[in-house]
Design a protein around this ligand. Structure first.
Ligand code: ADP
Ligand code: GLC
Length: 468
């Protein structure tokens, strides 16, 4: 058994902007379930919902470069895991996690530097770990800060550091002028924090961690190529020996049509009548014609460049000309919000678009849709396709990263080239396959039987911790 201290910017059910939060809500309890002792450190934002169950543990002094802060540490215990919240309103007491109104907070470098200093303070005074496990760029400075303090601190001397990359597209890049704020000037060189003249938090984490993981085996390979490496492929190739891909799991306690509280009728592979009902209810809720014969395609996503909606934009009118309905839930880049809004406006009987974030509706789309579209340019793992498989909603995906690893032609439809024609072709193949009801049901049931539960992934992390 090891003691694992994880650092993250988000975790369900407390705060979520994407799949990272789902992972930090599910992996720690899964590790606890196989005997690891896990503590998760994250900020307490203005929007963090703690429902008053927290216990205030400590007041900690935080030093970040020349700055000092005081933070209270609030604790919530959940499914055998200690979630510790760094409560420092000056840094985190705001509405957003990283940004507001699409604009990043100007002190993000300081906010997430302080988070890692808080984690090290916690390691000294509250929870001494064998393993530090950093998630994404907000935890990138954990390894360099650990390295800087380790010599002076005997309790942390043998601790190892694991860095998990959930998305290489977000690296935590800051101007060199902010170096003084974080107190790591000594490490600003090309083999360390420096990246084309800027400060790069994720690179620092990659360089100084003992092991690096990504969230699918395919993505672990892809990030070592120029096409997917976001400029860090060389750094990663040079460290190929310490990189592994561990596929995310799906949290079936939260995403399961057999007991989903967001559905009025539950269903399973043995009894699919509830799925038909879910489709009907969804069409009704969104004001689309109640045509159950017409296949319904769902999209639930952040609207980021990564997700491939520029391909949808290219063939939007051709898609809308097919005999289908399309339901879209998402928010992010304005160009995609406008594109989907306009599409819904010109095809009101076929296309519905909700710009925003709505967890209940996300569940009802997973259940009510017949197909789920993820044309990602790149996808480190992707969770929505795992949910779709479990809900009997056939995924149509671009074969990249975790989509490549989790969907095959017997459970879904895949296209390889990142092109609008390839996307259109695979949607048309799905629409043609839909006509054969019997084989469609078989395809749905095969997907529903696939098991991506967290146990296997947690065991893989456990093996990695032990190997260190
Ligand atoms: P990413 O982390 O890159 O956004 P994932 O597929 O790993 O992609 O995870 C996305 C998660 O966020 C899923 O749980 C999905 O249901 C949820 N999600 C994304 N957009 C929305 C939205 N607009 N409303 C509700 N949930 C959303
Ligand atoms: C990132 C990736 C997504 C992955 C998630 C959780 O947000 O974009 O593919 O599933 O992290 O690891």
């Amino acid at each position: 058994m090891s003691r694992v201290l994880m650092v993250t910017a988000e975790a369900t059910p407390f705060v979520k902007t994407g799949g990272l939060a789902d992972v930090l809500g599910a992996l720690p309890p899964a590790l606890a379930g196989i005997g690891e002792e896990v503590c998760v450190v994250m900020p307490r934002y203005g929007s963090t919902s703690l429902r008053g169950e927290e216990r205030i543990l400590h007041e900690l002094p935080l030093t970040v470069g020349p700055h000092t802060f005081t933070a209270a540490i609030d604790e919530v215990q959940r499914e055998g895991v200690r979630y510790l919240f760094v409560d420092c309103p000056l840094l985190y007491g705001r509405g957003g996690v990283y940004n507001e109104g699409g604009v990043d907070y100007p002190d993000n470098h300081l906010r997430f530097a302080a988070l890692n200093q808080a984690a090290l303070e916690i390691a000294r005074s509250i929870f001494t770990p064998d393993i530090f496990h950093a998630h994404d760029w907000p935890a990138g400075l954990l390894a360099p800060y650990l390295r800087e303090t380790r010599a002076a601190d005997s309790s942390l001397q043998s601790a190892k550091c694991v860095m998990t990359i959930h998305n290489l597209g977000y690296q935590g890049l800051f101007p060199r002028s902010q170096l003084g704020d974080i107190g790591l000037s000594r490490l600003f060189h090309p083999e360390g924090l420096e990246f084309w003249g800027q400060i790069n938090y994720l690179k620092a984490g990659i360089v100084w961690s003992d092991a690096v993981t990504t969230v699918s085996p395919a993505y672990a390979q892809e990030i070592q190529t120029p096409e997917y490496g976001f400029g860090l492929d060389g750094v990663l190739r040079a460290r190929a020996a310490k990189i592994t891909g561990i596929l995310n799991g799906a949290d079936y306690a939260e995403w399961n049509p057999e007991h989903d509280p967001h559905l009025r009728r539950r269903y399973s592979a043995r009894n699919l009548s509830g799925k038909r009902f879910a489709k009907q209810a969804l069409l009704k809720e969104l004001g689309l014609p109640l045509n159950l014969k017409r296949p319904l395609i769902g999209i639930v996503s952040r609207f980021a460049d990564q997700k491939g909606f520029d391909l949808v934009a290219e063939v939007a009118d051709q898609l809308a000309a097919e005999d289908l309905a399309l339901v879209v839930l998402g928010s992010g880049e304005r160009r995609f919000e406008s594109m989907f809004r306009a599409l819904a406006h010109s095809h009101p009987a076929k296309v519905y678009a909700r710009i925003g974030y709505d967890n209940g509706l996300a569940h009802r789309i997973e259940a009510g849709a017949d197909m789920f579209l993820m044309p990602s340019r790149y996808e480190p793992c992707g969770l929505s396709q795992l949910y779709s498989l479990r809900y009997g909603t056939v995924p149509i995906v671009r074969a990249t990263g975790g989509l490549e690893d989790t969907v095959d032609e017997s459970t879904g439809f895949k296209f390889h080239d990142y092109s609008a024609d390839a996307l259109l072709d695979s949607v048309q193949r799905a629409l043609a396959a839909w006509q054969d009801r019997k084989s469609w049901l078989e395809r749905m049931r095969r997907g529903m039987a696939r098991d991506f539960s967290w146990e296997a992934s947690a065991a893989a992390y456990q093996r990695l911790y032990r190997s260190l």
